[in-house]
Ligand binder design. Structure first.
Ligand SMILES: Nc1ncnc2c1ncn2[C@@H]1O[C@H](COP(=O)(O)OP(=O)(O)OP(=O)(O)O)[C@@H](O)[C@H]1O
Ligand SMILES: [Mg+2]
Length: 259
């Protein structure tokens, strides 16, 4: 199997409410896939379902394979060491996932130590090296900071860096730029592209902004009320959208002209 992630006919329901209606797609190593849809279309549910992180009240059918291993049906104990390293998730509102009363460095050390055996000094070196690559100013100060001493955008970018440090084969990023201004958005997009270059990670980028996704991704999947209405190469989706829904989304977004 060449794909690093395969999702086959994924269905999720809560009681009588069907949230995902047979979602299928695959991601090649190093590919960036953009998943786009309006609020409530099921984007976060899809990412959590891929990770095996839905609450037990959800009933899930379909299959998920990551790097040739079938994740569907694995228990919590088998999934835990795979999460983060094989496939990682940056949560929507990721900045808030840091604990407010411990330094950023301490939390990164703990997250890496849960998966790898390197010493603290080595992990700190790798983190500072990554901060530099991502053009964080004054990485040492950031490392020693408490989350509340940094801006919301900085916390969000740090959450991405923390996920990147584990070098996952696939990284799922849920609205990673929602808390950021336009400059910050651009930076985060560049960071995700950098991750792909540095570690060959595939990225699934979830956003409600179709043009933002298309600027970075090779392929685009459009989700509407839990169903895939469009799936194909980003250029094709932008230039010749097949679904009426995609055309409406494109028409609704103000055009940004590049001079
Ligand atoms: N635990 C749950 N129990 C019942 N329904 C849920 C649960 N979690 C999500 N839903 C429903 O699933 C649908 C999809 O939610 P989801 O959070 O996946 O949307 P989304 O596309 O990520 O939206 P947004 O862009 O606002 O983040 C919504 O109608 C939501 O109410
Ligand atoms: Mg969401």
């Amino acid at each position: 199997m060449d794909e690093v992630l395969t999702c086959r006919d994924l269905q999720v329901r809560y009681g009588s409410q069907q949230i995902l209606r047979g979602v299928s797609f695959s991601v090649a190593p190093g590919e960036i896939l953009g998943i786009v849809g309006q609020s409530g279309s099921g984007k976060s549910t899809l990412l959590r379902a891929l990770m095996g992180l839905l609450e037990p009240t959800a009933s899930v059918t379909g299959e998920v394979f990551v790097a040739g291993r079938r994740w569907t049906g694995l228990g919590e104990k088998e999934l835990r060491p795979l999460r983060g390293t094989e496939m990682g998730l940056i949560f929507q509102d990721a900045g808030a996932s840091f604990c407010p009363i411990r330094t950023v460095g301490a939390q990164i050390l703990e997250s890496v130590a849960a998966h790898r055996r390197e010493g603290r000094e080595e992990v700190r070196r790798q983190a500072l090296d990554l901060f530099q690559k991502l053009r964080f100013q004054d990485g040492q100060r950031v490392w020693n900071s408490y989350p509340f001493q940094l801006s919301g955008g900085m916390n969000q970018r740090l959450a991405i860096a923390a996920a990147m440090l584990l070098h996952p084969k696939v990284l799922l990023a849920d609205e990673p730029t929602s808390a950021l201004d336009v400059m910050g958005q651009k930076q985060v997009m560049e960071e995700l592209a950098q991750l792909r270059k540095a570690c060959g990670s595939a990225v699934i980028l979830v956003t409600h902004d179709l043009r933002l996704a298309a600027a970075l991704a090779e392929n685009i999947l459009v989700l509407r009320e839990g169903a895939v209405v469009e799936y194909g190469p980003a250029d094709r989706v932008l230039q010749a959208p097949q679904a009426e829904y995609t055309r409406a989304m494109l028409a609704a977004v103000p055009r940004i002209r590049r001079d």
